[in-house]
Ligand binder design. Structure first.
Ligand SMILES: Nc1nc2c(ncn2[C@@H]2O[C@H](COP(=O)(O)OP(=O)(O)OP(=O)(O)O)[C@@H](O)[C@H]2O)c(=O)[nH]1
Ligand SMILES: [Mg+2]
Length: 438
């Protein structure tokens, strides 16, 4: 286990680690330059710097070394020449491949998943995020522990004996599992509190930002809600969910949330430890899929985000793609919903759209009531949006056009307690009389 702890400690201490990047293009394809650019950004976000790159084209990965024995030797020689001790692969490697590559290169070998986990470890700020990332790291390490103790195994193991490596491996596995269940318990306790807070917001229309990492989600939350969350030109700047109330021009409001960004091949262990962070996405009424309009790879990234939404069971939620960074000259896709979270361009249109979606989700009706006392009026105004409120000065009767957050049955119940004579007529959001939903 010590080997992996060293990797994270080095990264956590913000030492600028010099890295040799190995990119492998499979299935006869050319090396994907945007994929390489993303790996370089990932290394930088983990406080490293790519100082040399080696690439290879192969039909399929070599079972032993991923790149093939000969190439592995070449990588080893290059690393030695340049005095580098860390090698990053742009793919995920099996535990056996990592240990064989480490043996031949005498370097620390990090695959894509481990690199992403390391960035999450650097970026985790809140107790929850720290617990989640530790859980994900342990989940990732558990099947790899045997590879790490492999060399000790061979020293002491023999017929009828259990080598020191084997014993240590068992101890480490047990420790890792015990630690994982203690982390899970701590997280459950924290999340139970969060659920209570969440349920208090019931009835509020929930809009969640989802998107590739660095697309500008936190910048948009700050612009709309003055949330003061971190936004920076770094991958995975946000690892927690922040929710704010956003007032809309018609007096209604929504809960607006920013959460962790997605990336291609987001590690499975991260998806499962961040499951509850992503609950906010699953429970949203509307997802704003924020995309970087200036990214040459924007369409692939949008489809990575939609695939990830499917994976976390949020694929069927109403979704709008919003193209951010339209202030940049290289931006395209601007004929659709285009905004700049940085300059504020297009934000009014976005708010109008949110308002429209919000109104469509309310239960609209016309209420006629013989006497509307102050308490009833206050109740209607706080549980819905009132579009018109007309009182007949002679009779005191009132006609209200309103959209209710919690359905019309709540309204009828309230009227039943407060008034003797009342009529509720359901309307559609655009004011046509409609059949009531069952
Ligand atoms: N030019 C321009 N830059 C923007 C815009 N919106 C965000 N950015 C920049 O893009 C970078 C990433 O912004 P963030 O808001 O941190 O992105 P994010 O989607 O929250 O990223 P993660 O939290 O890492 O998933 C920052 O450097 C922002 O200043 C925009 O509309 N125009
Ligand atoms: Mg962010």
């Amino acid at each position: 286990m010590s080997n992996h702890q060293t990797i994270f400690r080095t990264v956590t201490n913000e030492v600028l680690e010099q890295v040799l990047l190995v990119s492998v293009a499979l299935n006869g394809k050319d090396v994907d330059s945007s994929g390489v650019a993303e790996m370089i950004r990932l290394v930088e976000s983990a406080s490293g710097a790519v100082v040399h790159r080696i690439s290879q084209k192969r039909n399929r990965p070599d079972a032993g070394y991923f790149v093939g024995r000969g190439k592995a030797g070449e990588i080893a020689a290059e690393a030695e020449n340049l005095g580098l001790t860390t090698i990053v692969f742009n793919h995920n490697l099996s535990p056996g491949q990592v240990s064989r590559l480490e043996e031949i290169t005498k370097c620390k070998v990090i695959d894509r998943t481990e690199l992403i986990l390391a960035i999450f470890a650097v970026q985790a700020r809140t107790p929850q995020a720290k617990l989640r990332i530790e859980l994900a790291q342990l989940g990732y390490m558990l099947p790899r522990l045997s590879g790490m103790w492999h060399h000790l195994d061979r020293l002491g193991a023999g017929i009828g004996t259990r080598g020191p490596g084997e014993t240590q491996l068992e101890v480490d596995r047990r420790r890792a599992r015990t630690r994982m269940s203690s982390l899970e318990k701590k997280l459950e306790a924290i999340e139970a509190g969060a659920k209570v807070r969440h349920s208090r917001r019931e009835g509020m229309f929930s809009v969640v930002l989802a998107g590739y990492t660095n697309s500008g989600k936190s910048t948009l939350l700050n612009r709309l809600c003055d949330a003061g969350v971190t936004s920076e030109d770094r991958l995975f700047a946000t690892l927690d969910t922040t929710s704010r109330r956003l007032e809309l021009p018609d007096g209604g409001s929504v809960i607006f949330s920013d959460t962790v960004g997605f990336i291609e091949k987001l590690p499975r262990s991260l998806l499962s430890s961040f499951r509850s962070t992503l609950d906010i996405v699953r429970e949203a009424d509307l997802i704003l899929l924020l995309a970087d309009a200036a990214d040459p790879d924007r369409l692939t990234k949008v489809s990575t985000v939609t695939d990830t939404l499917e994976k976390i069971d949020a694929g069927s939620i109403d979704r709008i793609t919003v193209w951010n960074k339209c202030d940049l000259p290289e931006a395209s896709g601007t004929e659709e919903m285009a905004i700049s979270a940085l300059t504020g361009e297009g934000i009014d249109r976005l708010l109008e759209l949110l308002q429209k979606k919000r109104r469509e989700a309310l239960d609209w009706c016309s209420v006629k009531v013989d006497i509307c006392n102050g308490e009833l009026e206050y109740w209607i105004r706080t549980n819905g949006i009132v579009d018109s409120f007309v009182r007949d000065d002679n009779s005191g009767a009132v006609e209200i056009i309103c959209g209710m957050y919690l359905g019309l049955s709540h309204l009828r119940k309230k009227l039943g307690h407060q008034a003797s004579n009342w009529v509720v007529e359901p309307l559609s959001a655009d004011r046509g009389v409609r059949e009531e939903r069952s």
